[in-house]
Design a protein around this ligand. Structure first.
Ligand SMILES: Nc1nc2c(c(=O)[nH]1)N[C@H]1C(S)=C(S)[C@@H](COP(=O)(O)O)O[C@H]1N2
Ligand SMILES: [Mo]
Length: 426
């Protein structure tokens, strides 16, 4: 190998792309500056929608402390809101992955800067970059693995994604504030439209500047900036096409090639996506059979009903979706059953009913119990559903009875319900 022979740089750097420079980094940075706050806000809303401050059974991050400062009582209106916010959260997160990777690629020489620490200030800056890059990759990775149902991290998804995102956002805000003026300057330095007309043959490096992003020893171009932006854009567009269908539902669900496909619901009235099947959580035909009872509790009153008795109570309908935290959702299904408020009245809590602790037949695993807030119990569309789309609930959709509440995350729509304790939070 010949010794390095270029002035100004003692050793040959491995990062020689002539595309790297403050302008390209700023284009990716601007996209993330718009997208990541949307991810953060929709993520915060999703956490609030779980009603974590209502009950320990709802709270997956009991040590959140001040990070729960913003929690509020999640509304039941409009009924499609969580479908939209969580669909946006998951779809946008997936679509931003190529942009995130491109941004990292564009600054990679900075990440491997040597010496790694030059001064105290420089050391602090490097630490914040570690939180930014590490926190960002970690938050995206946990999110993707969770929606792919292939969650391989040690530890529960919720606290890891929650705390990871706070670390990431703290570093992100600092980074955005410090770099904003430079980003604006860099973006003004080149014209995007002109860049989109420039082929490889006329692609030249950006002028060297103090950012250190421009290679001191650039290689000849093999792709234009137009090509690089196009590649990232095409990657994001492809991810959008194979992801968004799971949130839109209906026929478009078929296009969601990246969404979990291992729980085919079949056709007919119960032919919409299933989260966990009865078999998967150990619920047998016997559990759901003639011995099933619904226990209602309110204060010191308790009432036990058979399914026939529940069916004889006034039945009401509501058209509501199921919207999972994983981003998939169904269009409105037509549910029929007994209003939660009417069930509260049966145990003497008729006017202004309180919240309720819902318990499932399910013995093991997550989501077998949930606490619902009073605003949810009081909504006339909140049902203990016995039927869907005109048919009995299927075993996998929660037979003999399940909760359905407007604008609630899927986890709160408990299946195989056996006990409702009004005024209790668990
Ligand atoms: N008992 C019980 N109820 C449950 C669950 C569960 O695992 N166990 N999963 C919840 C989740 S996360 C979702 S998204 C919805 C999905 O309902 P579906 O399978 O009828 O579509 O059920 C909820 N109810
Ligand atoms: Mo879910």
């Amino acid at each position: 190998m010949s010794p390095p022979s270029h002035p100004g740089s003692g050793r040959r750097t491995p990062w020689r792309s002539p595309l790297r420079g403050p302008w390209l980094t700023s284009v990716f940075g601007l996209l993330l500056l718009v997208g990541i706050p949307v991810l953060f806000v929709t993520g915060l809303l999703s956490y609030a929608a779980y009603n974590p401050d209502l009950s320990p059974v709802n709270d997956k991050t009991p040590d959140k402390g001040l990070l729960g400062f913003y929690l509020f009582s999640w509304p039941t209106n409009p009924s499609w809101l969580y479908r939209v916010t969580q669909g946006v959260h998951v779809t946008l997160g997936i679509v931003l992955i190529p942009v995130l990777l491109a941004k990292l690629w564009s600054v990679v020489p900075k990440l491997f800067e040597r010496p790694p620490v030059r001064s105290l200030a420089h050391g602090l800056e490097r630490l914040s970059l570690l939180a930014l890059v590490g926190g960002g990759l970690f938050t995206f990775a946990t999110g993707v693995l969770n929606v792919q149902l292939n969650y391989i991290f040690p530890g529960s998804f919720y606290p890891l994604h929650f705390y990871g995102s706070w670390v990431f956002m703290a570093a992100f805000v600092l980074h955005a504030v410090l770099r904003f003026p430079r980003m604006v300057r860099s973006l003004k330095g080149r014209d995007l439209r002109a860049e989109l007309r420039t082929p490889v043959s006329r692609t030249t490096p950006e002028p060297p500047d103090e950012t250190g992003l421009v290679s001191p020893d650039p290689a000849p171009p093999t792709i234009s900036r137009r090509g690089a932006l196009g590649m990232v854009g095409a990657g994001s567009a492809a991810l959008l096409v194979v992801t968004a269908g799971q949130s839109i539902g209906g026929p478009l669900r078929e296009t969601a090639l990246l969404a979990p496909h291992n729980r085919e619901p079949g056709r007919g009235p119960n032919g919409f996506q299933i989260n966990k099947t009865a078999a998967a959580v150990g619920i047998t035909a016997r559990d759901m059979g003639a011995d099933w009872r619904l226990v209602l509790r309110g204060g010191d009153r308790e009432l036990t009903l058979t399914r026939q008795e529940v069916l004889r109570l006034p039945q009401h309908g509501a058209a509501l979706p199921i919207a999972c935290v994983e981003g998939w959702s169904t269009p409105d299904q037509r549910w029929e059953g007994v209003r939660l408020a009417d069930l509260a009245a049966l145990v003497g809590l008729g006017s202004q009913p309180p919240g309720v602790l819902v318990e499932s037949l399910q013995q093991h695993g997550s989501f077998r119990t949930v606490a619902l807030r009073d605003n949810q119990v009081r909504d006339p569309r909140s049902l203990l559903a016995l039927k869907v789309n005109g048919a009995e609930l299927s075993p996998d959709h929660g037979y003999p009875a399940r909760i359905i509440v407007p604008n609630a995350p899927g986890v709160q729509n408990t299946k195989w319900v056996t006990r409702l304790s009004f005024g209790e939070t668990g």
